[in-house]
Write a protein of this length. Structure first.
Length: 286
């Protein structure tokens, strides 16, 4: 449809341009026809267009039958009027061409406006769909694993079991969740990702504590009844990013849909697993 309309505008402009050329030739032939009559000659090559020229001269004659004598020749007004009529036709074609261009520009602007509104509507629907999809992801888990601080005097004597008990007691009392054993660490499960900031503040307290241990802390989201990629999450844990609250890119993306965000996120790096790249991010305190 759009291409057909553009072709129609192009056709109109070509027709108008053709009429302007024809009009200019008619003015030229009318002047020659006028000269022919002034000199009382007969030019056979003008015969093909004389009926048209006579028609416009007759129109001029209806307007005025006057004349003026110059240089010993009589110049009848009807010829001048006929030239003016052709001039008016040329000027009218020129105005019509500008009007067609104006209409075409208005059509283009209207089309762009309609497309923009359609695109905005599509983007809004897509954004609403994404918001609904991401907001539906509520459950999340926080993994925590401890390591003795090697820069602590006598770190080999640190009782890690005792330190883990102290840590788990603190987290359980503060967040109301009991951990389960997961690999070499512990996994805490929560049900409202929109309140992840409230949970994270207690894990940041671990990092800032004076306990003689370091922490590996990682967050993952749970989509419906399915866990996030377990293999990828385990790979994230294996990176052993000490004293950071790390996460995969999908968690950072989900966090952008939280109505309130008390932390910033930043990319830690891009890592490889089985020749595939994956992004690692972390929560940053403001």
């Amino acid at each position: 449809m759009h291409n057909n309309i553009l072709k129609f505008f192009k056709f109109l402009k070509n027709v108008i341009h053709f009429l302007k050329i024809v009009t200019m030739f008619c003015i030229l032939f009318l002047i020659l026809y006028w000269i022919q009559n002034l000199t009382n000659d007969k030019w056979d090559w003008l015969l093909f267009i004389q009926p048209l020229l006579k028609f416009f001269v007759e129109i001029g004659k209806q307007i005025s039958t006057g004349s003026i004598q110059l240089f010993g020749a009589i110049f009848e007004y009807k010829y001048m009027i006929a030239v003016c009529i052709f001039g008016a036709i040329y000027y009218g074609c020129n105005l019509l061409g500008k009007f067609v261009e104006f209409v075409e520009e208005m059509y283009d602007e209207a089309r762009v406006l309609v497309k923009r509104k359609q695109q905005d509507s599509i983007n809004k629907e897509l954004q609403n769909s994404l918001t609904k999809e991401q907001s539906g992801i509520k459950n999340f888990q926080v993994y925590v694993e401890t390591f003795p601080k090697k820069d602590t005097l006598g770190y080999n004597l640190i009782n890690m079991e005792e330190q883990n008990q102290i840590m788990n007691k603190f987290l359980s009392e503060k967040t109301g969740v009991l951990p389960i054993k997961y690999g070499n660490g512990f996994l805490y499960s929560y049900e409202n990702f929109n309140k992840v900031d409230w949970v994270l503040k207690f894990f940041f307290r671990l990092i800032h504590s004076e306990a003689p241990i370091n922490y590996v802390i990682s967050v993952r989201i749970i989509k419906g009844d399915e866990y996030s990629d377990k293999e990828l999450f385990n790979k994230l844990i294996e990176l052993k990013l000490l004293n950071k609250i790390s996460m995969l890119a999908e968690v950072a993306y989900r966090y952008t849909y939280n109505p309130l965000r008390g932390y910033d996120t930043t990319q830690v790096g891009i890592y490889k697993m089985d020749n595939n790249d994956f992004e690692v991010h972390e929560f940053i305190e403001k």
